[in-house]
Design a protein around this ligand. Structure first.
Ligand code: NAD
Ligand code: ZN
Length: 360
């Protein structure tokens, strides 16, 4: 048995309003006046002075607003890196990602590609990164993905949607300020929140489960039930709790793995561009046979919040398109092994997946 030696985020701040400490956190990390901090920020905040005015830009520091219309792509990382290198007099002092999972993953990937030659697609996979990334900071503005704590930066490349999984991927610093999530739209809050819930269900019901993953997973699962099912929880309490549920959910899968919903959701995302949170929800609706208790509770949560998912999105797909989705899903072997066990190939066949996809 070879036990994983998992790197963790070494520094973290938690608290409502803690985002205001950003300048104090960064200033000792500036390597020279020519080495800027580059802020990659979700463009939903472009005109949000409440957030942006708290960032004090000095010297050549720069904000780059990034659209999250599509999930991050390897080519987008390459373009950002090129732009940053060409326009900076020296290697940047750091990359700061502010936004949801999309921005957090972009920031991690850009920080890696600044010190590693080649293109982002070359590093999709496990432990392909050779040099440490530059200093990078993650500041989530929506809770659920666990990207703030994870060892991966998930990117859609020419061939696959696959993470840059490496010891150099995790952030050097995270700022958890639940107040930053206050303006998230209700549907999006639910979809990204369910990403966390599904992480817990898949981790807690997987064959890779161990006490490390279980303790984090159980706490996160408990918090999710409170957040999404309680009638008395206040908005602030719910924001605080979901931010910590996301962190714990991420910690849980760090030492286990996700499962059926994630494998199938990656297929949907690759072929149809369906985003991760809603993709998990679409798939999870039909996974009673794998996660009976988890799916029943999920359906209660969905009903309580009046969430309506799109229907029939796979209805008119061709056989070739089904094959692409199925190919992506089946390529994620560790997810199936975790979900079903070592003999997963006996039951998880292309026909089986086609039957499930057809229901979506
Ligand atoms: P996201 O980052 O794509 O953002 C979703 C939407 O919410 C966007 O429209 C964004 O503009 C908006 N938004 C974010 N913060 C807001 C705020 N405070 N107020 C108003 N609107 C706000 O969504 P996500 O679900 O957080 O992330 C999904 C991405 O994360 C996917 O690309 C997925 O692959 C990735 N992911 C990564 C990991 C990991 O461990 N690295 C884990 C799970 C998912
Ligand atoms: Zn996920």
């Amino acid at each position: 048995m070879n036990y994983k030696n998992f790197p963790m985020v070494p520094r973290v701040i938690f608290g409502r309003g803690s985002f205001s400490q950003i300048n104090d956190v960064l200033s000792p990390k500036r390597s020279s006046i020519h080495a800027p901090f580059i802020f990659l920020i979700d463009d939903v905040f472009k005109n949000n002075t409440w957030l942006i005015s708290r960032i004090k830009l000095s010297y050549d520091d720069k904000i780059i607003f990034v659209s999250t219309k599509d999930e991050p792509k390897t080519t987008q990382v390459d373009e950002l890196v090129e732009d940053i290198i060409v326009k900076s007099k020296a290697r940047p002092s750091g990359i700061i990602g502010i936004g949801g999972g999309s921005l957090l993953d972009l920031a991690k990937a850009v920080a890696i590609l600044i010190t590693n030659e080649g293109e982002a697609k070359d590093y999709q996979g496990w432990d392909l990164v050779k040099n440490p990334a530059i200093y990078h900071v993650g500041i989530p503005t929506i809770s659920g993905t666990g990207a703030e704590v994870s060892r991966t930066a998930i990117l859609t490349g020419p061939k696959l949607k696959l993470g840059i999984n490496s010891d150099f991927t995790p952030f050097d610093q995270v700022i958890l300020d639940p107040e930053l999530t206050r303006d998230v739209a209700k549907d999006q809050w639910f979809y990204t929140g369910m990403d966390c819930y599904v992480h817990c269900v898949e981790s807690l019901n997987g064959t890779y489960l161990n006490e490390f993953s279980k303790t984090y997973g159980e706490k996160s699962f408990e918090l999710c039930k409170e957040i999404f099912l309680s009638d008395t929880i206040s908005e602030e309490e719910s924001q605080d709790k979901l931010m910590m549920a996301s962190w714990h959910g991420g910690m849980s899968i760090a030492y286990s793995q996700v499962g059926v919903a994630h494998a199938m959701s990656y297929g949907l995302s690759f072929l149809l561009g369906v985003k991760h949170g809603i993709g998990n929800c679409l798939v999870f609706d039909h996974l009673d046979e794998f996660y009976p208790e988890g799916v029943a509770i999920y359906k209660q949560m969905k009903a309580k919040h009046g969430i309506e998912l799109p229907q029939g999105i796979c209805k008119n797909l061709s056989d070739e398109e089904f094959d692409i989705m199925i190919g992506v899903a089946l390529s994620l072997e560790p997810l199936w092994e975790n979900a079903i066990g070592k003999n997963w190939k006996e039951t998880i066949t292309p026909e089986k997946l086609k039957g499930l996809y057809k229901k979506i």
